[in-house]
Design a protein around this ligand. Structure first.
Ligand code: ADP
Length: 433
């Protein structure tokens, strides 16, 4: 039987006892009144004891009681004990979390929705120079680099921002912000000095080696061309070998040129001028018409937009796309180049009806040295660096390369430029194309 049922039963039995005794003694009303006063007093007394016990923090064991009140005390006591246990466990977890974040080699700072510092670990003090007293300060007042302030305000935290440490300008940091919880953000700063140094060394090494290879290659090529001119006096085997060697030096020269261009794209500062893109495209088409079948290229100038860009870089990118389109399609097919504009972008489409690229390879063709292994009748020469150059050039112009392709049907390489790159609109007529 539940405790409250027992309580009601006791009261009912007492009530019947009062009724019977009252009937015999004719003191029914005074006895009933006495029973009610007793019951009321008992409950008021227990309420008072409970309130007193709770007021003093419900410390220690609960007061001895009976009936339903014993049960009430027991439940309150149990809830309190569970909470205490849970609090202890949580406290332990928070301590462990604090200890682990303190031991992190990366700086970790919690900032709230008004950019104020809520908490920072030990590394944040060593790398970013934050002090315990900086709690509550706005983070941009302490890390004052314009790149960081722009990054913080942009709310685009997909990529980290590279800064030097406010304490030591020789230390390079990759700072990243992660959104979590209600308005809270975690700022992580990692020391990437060594990584950046190695990257710089790699770039310098490639640039230096490529540069040093240029002279011997030019000399070799010169001698080979002289030998080729003496063709009549040589045996066919010798002529074949010379031609082969010339082909290989050509390949090597292309590779060196592409590597040097990539190295320059990675290190050179950006310089922008107004470039007449329709004129540039016409020039590229003319250059390619000479080496490929005349009439294969169709230039469509739906826009006369000029861009704020680096002409030499865009020339390399567009020429690479066009020569790929011509190289990787049959000689009797057309290649279309379309310069056009939408409400939010300026676009160059290079469309071919060539061999296409398998969907699994599309995301990889812009990697350095990646070439799709295809069964072709004739070997197509290439360095595997062309699309890497295109991607890099577009990135330097806030643009993007979108590749759509279907095996056996053809490809569309689309260069997407944001409208902020638009210089001025030239009054161009279609006949100019
Ligand atoms: P490559 O010097 O080999 O042409 P790229 O970086 O320009 O180097 O291209 C990488 C690979 O992507 C190529 O080897 C080729 O397999 C593929 N590719 C590039 N453009 C096209 C295209 N228009 N059609 C089909 N495949 C292409």
């Amino acid at each position: 039987m539940a405790i409250w049922q027992r309580e009601i039963l006791t009261f009912t039995l007492l009530f019947f006892a009062v009724c019977i005794i009252g009937l015999f003694t004719k003191l029914f009303l005074p006895l009933l009144f006495g029973l009610l006063v007793f019951t009321l007093y008992r409950h008021l007394y227990e309420i008072n004891r409970l309130e007193k016990w709770l007021r003093t923090g419900a410390q220690g064991n609960y007061p001895k009681s009976s009936g339903v009140w014993e049960e009430v005390y027991y439940h309150v006591y149990r809830i309190k004990k569970n909470n205490k246990r849970r609090k202890k466990k949580l406290g332990k977890m928070v301590d462990q979390f604090r200890q682990s974040t303190e031991a992190l080699p990366d700086a970790a700072v919690v900032i709230n929705d008004t950019d104020e510092i809520e908490w920072a670990n030990k590394a944040a003090r060593e790398i970013l120079g934050l002090r315990p007293a900086d709690k509550g300060q706005r983070v941009q007042n302490l890390i004052r680099f314009p790149e960081f302030i722009h990054y913080l305000k942009s709310k685009q935290y997909d990529e980290p921002v590279i800064l030097s440490s406010p304490l030591n300008d020789k230390m390079t940091l990759a700072v990243r912000i992660i959104n979590y919880g209600a308005g809270l953000r975690l700022l992580l700063a990692q020391d990437v000095t060594q990584l950046k140094q190695m990257e710089r060394m790699r770039k310098d090494f490639v640039a230096n080696v490529s540069h040093e290879l240029r002279t011997p290659l030019t000399v070799m090529r010169g001698y080979l061309e002289t030998l080729q001119d003496m063709n009549e006096e040589m045996s066919p085997l010798f002529t074949h070998s010379i031609n082969n060697m010339l082909g290989q030096t050509d390949r090597m020269q292309h590779l060196v040129d592409d590597l040097l261009l990539l190295a320059r794209l990675e290190t050179k500062s950006k310089k922008h001028e107004i470039v007449d893109i329709p004129a540039l495209l016409m020039q590229i088409c003319n250059e390619n018409e000479a080496s490929f079948n005349a009439g294969r290229i169709e230039l469509i100038l739906d826009s006369q937009a000029m861009l704020l860009c680096e002409e030499h870089e865009l020339h390399s990118a567009f020429a690479n796309l066009l020569s790929n389109a011509l190289k990787y399609s049959f000689e009797d097919t057309q290649v279309k180049i379309r310069w056009h504009q939408t409400d939010n972008a300026i676009l160059l489409d290079v469309i071919d009806e060539g061999e296409g690229i398998a969907s699994g390879d599309i995301s990889r063709v812009t990697e350095r040295f990646y070439r799709v292994e295809a069964k072709r009748v004739h070997k197509i020469n290439g360095t595997g660096l062309g699309l890497a150059i295109v991607k890099h050039v577009l990135m330097r112009h806030d643009g993007q390369l979108v590749i759509r392709s279907e095996l056996g049907k053809g490809s569309c390489f689309q260069c997407v430029f944001p409208l902020k790159r638009l210089a001025i609109k030239k009054n161009y007529s279609h006949e100019d194309g």
